[in-house]
Design a protein around this ligand. Structure first.
Ligand code: ADP
Ligand code: ZN
Ligand code: ZN
Length: 753
């Protein structure tokens, strides 16, 4: 008898189960176990020992679930690291990391069996056994004999032989999909023993990984690529700081090709939205069937299929994925690329564990021995500081590729434009002139506004009433098509009131503006232009998103209005003007990162202009033209921004000079919440003293009818964060074990954004 510590997908520690050695069960395997009175779960065998535990009655493992382990040894170390660092259990990591259908649970063993995921299969065909081993001439003669007066059959057999040779299929079987023949004909051939057929698990055809058609690198790109190789060789993550349009993707391609050729796997992480855009296509053009895209819009079936296929793959896989791809079982991992490493979407914010995929990627590189490349035109200050300290090796790429030139930046003072009568609705004259000129030249324009909808809020001029969500404490945003007020937190909608519900006057007016309004006004000002809008409202499906992007790509749209979405990684040929409609609301966000983020956003959106030729331009509309960040963007001076922001962060002990851990408490009952939050803050203060801030009610006090409170603990760099996490874990555990706080849900966010 052997004993296994088994991790279950629950906020619980691992439990011990017994099994017979003859079952062949080993570490990393998924197994079926009974937990509680009658529930059956998928568990992961974490450790095996031959020593029986001293306490209690030990249940047995029912059986193994899949023929290959779901996790490699270094992946198990990775889950352990995530659980330790982000203060949760390994079971919670499991719950998040494995796709839902890969880890069934059920009330009985029979029911469980029905829930087990079956890999989709597809049919394969081969020539009859007797033909194997014949050389070309002999084979052709045999085929001709077998298919007398049936040239179509002979053709199919020849094609199978050719494909099998081309793909190097040792057993002669090739995908039926590749044979251009209808089912009836193949069935007839099989009944005459002209072919054999077989059902096999659907998997990517292993194609040879050597002759990729790679772009020729420019001398500057070549130098950067060599430096990255050097960094990888000394097991140090490389930070590729390359301006927008410098061709970072081309450098990645070379590094990826080398890894695949060695039989290694590659993980390329990109922000969620980029994945649905051009990048996957660009990668597929070079790496064809080696590429697997992975993101949250895939169905649970598809995600499970990818996970299980990769778990038994023999290497040579390139996964291009959003943050959740971090947990895919790439057993032969040789390279991890994190593109746009500064992007906030790498941080999981809504469910436990709240991990940062970029930081996890660096740890994963260490655990697996894979090389790590972080790339950005505007690196996060965290990574920048790591490169200053030598933890990362910084590699610079300061020029655009080819004929592309960085755009000229014009800062347009909104206040002055108003005074001079040079502003129409939301647009300063400089921008309108630019749009007109761009239209006349046949170029394209992108307009960026970081609010979607029509008007951010609706206010009564008389009494100051604003339309608010009854569930969340925020103003509702006006949308026009269809006409409604919508809560951007919970999705609540209502019809806009014709008169103020409070004082009954009819003077209810729209304040501020969103993308929908910009789109409408631009269409009115430039009736001849073809205008489109890209934001969360217009890209509800991947198809809708793609068709807007493709139309713009093909030059069927002249002006594209959009939110954050348009800043991310797009590579359009003809954009010669970019307008940032309101830099003020980026600069004034109440957050210590607002300056860094504003800089990154503006640089990224500006980076969409002039990627193929010079003479492009960016107009920034702002009422604070002297604001340091605006000047830094105008000068394209990342270093100046970094220096200034780091000075401020150091003074106020903000990250990267400290680590912030945020505890969020929520509860339907306000009184319970208040008591719990106070008790928790007291407990934390006894351990951490003045490093504890709060409790405060969150920026949005109530969401979906629940009250919320926050406590933040700030641990300065230099103090042991490992010890601090242990103490925080103790506090959470004592909160959980106190019966009076049962109704309060506590979540923890390490390195909160
Ligand atoms: P980045 O990701 O750094 O913003 P991209 O990788 O998107 O830049 O490159 C910008 C454009 O220049 C792309 O259209 C890309 O195809 C082209 N490009 C960059 N390097 C090369 C190269 N070595 N050969 C051919 N085209 C290149
Ligand atoms: Zn709401
Ligand atoms: Zn009113």
């Amino acid at each position: 008898m052997l004993y296994a510590r088994v991790v279950l997908p629950l906020a619980q520690p691992a439990y011990t189960y017994a099994f017979e050695e003859s079952t062949g069960i080993g570490e990393g395997d998924a197994v079926i176990v009974q937990f509680g009175v009658r529930r059956y779960y998928t568990g992961i065998v974490w450790e095996v020992s031959d020593e029986p535990p001293r306490l209690g009655r030990i249940k047995s493992i029912s059986r193994r679930l899949y023929s290959t382990p779901l996790l490699s040894p270094w992946q198990r170390r990775m889950w352990e690291w995530v659980a330790d660092y982000y203060i949760c259990t390994i079971g919670e990591v499991m719950r998040m990391a494995l796709p839902s259908l890969a880890k069934p649970s059920a009330d009985s063993a029979e029911e469980f069996s029905k829930e087990i995921f079956k890999m989709p299969t597809e049919s394969y065909v081969a020539l009859p056994q007797e033909l194997s081993g014949l050389d070309g001439g002999q084979l052709q003669r045999r085929i001709a004999e077998l298919c007398r007066r049936a040239p179509r059959r002979a053709e199919i057999m020849t094609r199978i032989a050719a494909l099998a040779a081309e793909k190097g299929a040792a057993d002669g079987f090739v995908r039926r999909r590749l044979i251009d023949a209808d089912a009836a004909l193949l069935a007839a051939m099989r009944s005459r023993d002209l072919i054999r057929t077989q059902m096999r698990e659907r998997g990517a055809e292993a194609e040879s990984a050597s002759d990729f058609l790679l772009p020729q690198l420019s001398p500057a790109q070549q130098r950067a690529c060599d430096e990255i190789r050097g960094s990888v060789a000394e097991h140090r993550p490389a930070l590729l700081y390359g301006v927008t349009g410098s061709g970072k993707t081309e450098i990645y391609m070379h590094l990826i090709a080398e890894t695949l050729a060695r039989g290694g796997d590659v993980l390329m992480l990109v922000p969620e939205i980029v994945i649905t855009s051009q990048l996957v296509e660009r990668m597929e053009r070079v790496f064809s069937s080696h590429v697997t895209a992975y993101h949250s819009k895939l169905t649970p079936r598809r995600r499970t299929e990818i996970y299980l296929r990769l778990a038994s793959s023999s290497g040579g896989e390139l996964v291009v994925g959003a943050r959740s791809a971090l947990f895919l079982p790439l057993t032969h991992l040789g390279l991890i690329v994190v593109d746009e490493e500064h992007d906030p979407s790498y941080k999981q914010t809504d469910t436990q564990p709240r991990y940062n995929a970029r930081d996890c990627a660096v740890v994963m590189g260490r655990l697996s021995g894979a090389g790590v490349v972080l790339g950005s035109a505007t690196p996060s200050l965290e990574s920048y500081v790591n490169s200053l300290g030598g933890k990362y090796r910084r590699v610079d790429l300061t020029e655009r590729y080819g004929e592309g030139e960085l755009p000229e930046v014009i800062v347009s003072d909104t206040m002055r434009a108003v005074k001079r009568g040079e502003r129409k609705v939301h647009f300063n004259k400089v921008l309108l002139d630019g749009i007109a000129r761009t239209l006349a030249d046949g170029g394209q324009t992108m307009l960026f506004q970081n609010r979607r909808g029509y008007a951010p809020y609706v206010e009564c001029r008389e009494c100051g009433w604003t339309a608010r969500c009854p569930h969340c404490n925020v103003t509702l945003t006006l949308h026009r098509q269809p006409e409604r007020l919508e809560c951007h937190y919970c999705g609540y909608t209502m019809t806009p009131p014709a008169a103020c519900p409070n004082c009954k006057t009819q003077d209810v007016s729209l304040m501020g503006f969103g993308t929908e309004k910009v789109e409408q006004e631009i269409a009115r000002l430039f009736p001849e232009a073809r205008v489109a809008r890209l934001d969360r409202d217009t890209s509800t499906s991947e198809r809708a998103f793609r068709s807007i992007v493709t139309a713009f790509e093909n030059g069927e749209t002249d002006i594209m209005v959009g939110t954050q979405i348009i800043t991310k990684g797009f590579d359009f040929d003809r954009v010669s003007l970019v307008g940032i409609l309101n830099a003020d609301n980026l600069l004034n966000a109440p957050d210590f990162r607002s300056a860094e983020r504003a800089f990154q956003l503006m640089m990224q959106v500006a980076g969409r202009a002039g990627r193929r030729r010079g003479g492009s331009c960016v107009v920034i509309q702002t009422s604070q033209p002297q604001h340091p960040v605006v000047r830094q963007v105008a000068a394209g001076d990342y270093e100046a921004m970094a220096r200034q922001q780091l000075d401020e962060r150091r003074t106020f002990k903000y990250p990267p000079y400290s680590r912030l851990t945020r505890f969020a408490l929520r509860c339907k009952e306000y009184e319970h919440l208040r008591e719990a939050a106070n008790a928790m803050a007291d407990m934390l203060r006894r351990k951490f003293g003045a490093r504890v801030m709060g409790p405060v009610s969150s920026t949005v006090e109530t969401v979906r009818g629940e009250h919320r409170a926050e406590i933040v603990v700030k641990i300065e760099s230099g103090a042991s964060f490992g010890r601090a996490r242990e103490m925080m874990r103790e506090v959470i555990e004592s909160m959980h074990s106190a019966p009076e706080y049962k109704s309060v849900v506590i979540s923890v966010d390490v390195d909160a954004q």
